[in-house]
Design a protein around this ligand. Structure first.
Ligand code: GLN
Length: 308
């Protein structure tokens, strides 16, 4: 196949770009190797292609958000989830204390306010906090097709500096959007963000979305098709936060970024894509990851609004 050669070529083309910064607000992430660079594609037939650092583990961070949203929709049904988390792009930063004025409902599940709420909706309603985390880790693992684990050091490091997420959770609790102890929910959400993955895992997770909710290698149906449609739609409109419009026009692939430097894209019926490069732009999206996806889209004509 020519795909690994192509991937090596585009990695080489973006390698010299050292702009952007590591996520400083989580001390453990600021200690990451900024030079790491990798890209992987997983097809709906279960083929995986990659180049660069595709087996290096890093924390999933916000890329967990669409998958946990999928688990909440599956475990609770659409109506209870939509009653608590909207689907409107906020046009604001990922950590904005952004709630609908009267209801206190977070605008969408990709910003932290929505994702903290979504975490509380994963699994059955009567689970305790530890059981809910276990459900989320097990669900993320099913998307990846391998048993994933939490990086305890990153988790503890973020929890120590979680004042903003705690503030958001207390606001949510005051509106009864959260009904549990806000601190326990934030702890669970941060554990969810601290799950370790590789670019290869992320490509497979994205390929499970691209493949109608069935992991292309394990064959496991992780979520149903209406849930896939909901999740990909929200990724397309909200996945890149306040850069979602630039992304929609220039790349045109449903996507999600994370502050550890991961980035995924999923093309229905075709492919899951993932990149890893830790330096971030002002929106918290990987600088070289965005460049790579711009190239993938242009080079292969992957923009969903273009006729192939
Ligand atoms: N755990 C991070 C946070 O809540 C995730 C943010 C991200 O990846 N954009 O701040």
């Amino acid at each position: 196949s020519m795909i690994p050669d192509y991937l090596a070529e585009v990695l080489a083309a973006v390698e010299s770009d050292t702009s952007g910064e590591l996520a400083g607000y989580i001390p453990e992430l600021a200690a990451a190797d900024p030079e790491r660079l990798g890209a992987a594609f997983a097809t709906v037939d279960g083929e995986v292609y990659g180049a660069g650092d595709i087996d290096t583990e890093f924390t999933i961070q916000s890329i967990s958000k669409p998958f946990t949203y999928a688990l909440a929709l599956s475990d609770r049904g659409f109506d209870p989830v939509l009653a608590k988390v909207g689907v409107e792009p906020s046009g604001e930063a990922f950590n904005e204390i952004s709630l609908e004025r009267d209801t206190g409902r977070p605008r969408n599940p990709m910003i932290n306010a929505g994702a903290i709420t979504t975490h509380s909706l994963a699994g059955a309603a009567d689970l305790n906090a530890a059981e809910r985390v276990a459900r989320v880790v097990e669900g993320l693992s099913a998307f990846a097709g391998r048993r994933l684990r939490v990086d305890e050091a990153v988790c503890a490091s973020e929890m120590e500096h979680a004042h903003r997420n705690l503030a958001i959770a207390h606001m949510l609790r005051s509106h009864d959007i959260l009904t549990e102890d806000p601190r326990a929910v934030v702890d669970g959400y941060i554990r969810q963000c601290s799950v370790l993955v590789t670019a290869r895992d992320l490509a497979m997770m994205a390929a499970t979305l691209a493949n109608r909710g069935v992991n292309p290698v394990s064959g496991e149906r992780v979520i149903r098709e209406p849930v896939v449609r909901q999740v990909l739609s929200v990724m397309a409109t909200c996945g890149m936060y306040d850069a979602a419009g630039d992304w929609a026009t220039q790349v045109g692939i449903p996507a999600k970024s994370g502050v550890a430097g991961g980035l995924i894209g999923a093309l229905p019926g075709q492919i899951g894509m993932a990149t890893f490069s830790p330096r971030l732009d002002v929106h918290g999206n990987s600088v070289r990851g965005v460049s790579l996806f711009e190239r993938f889209s242009a080079d292969m004509g992957l923009h969903v609004m273009e006729v192939p």
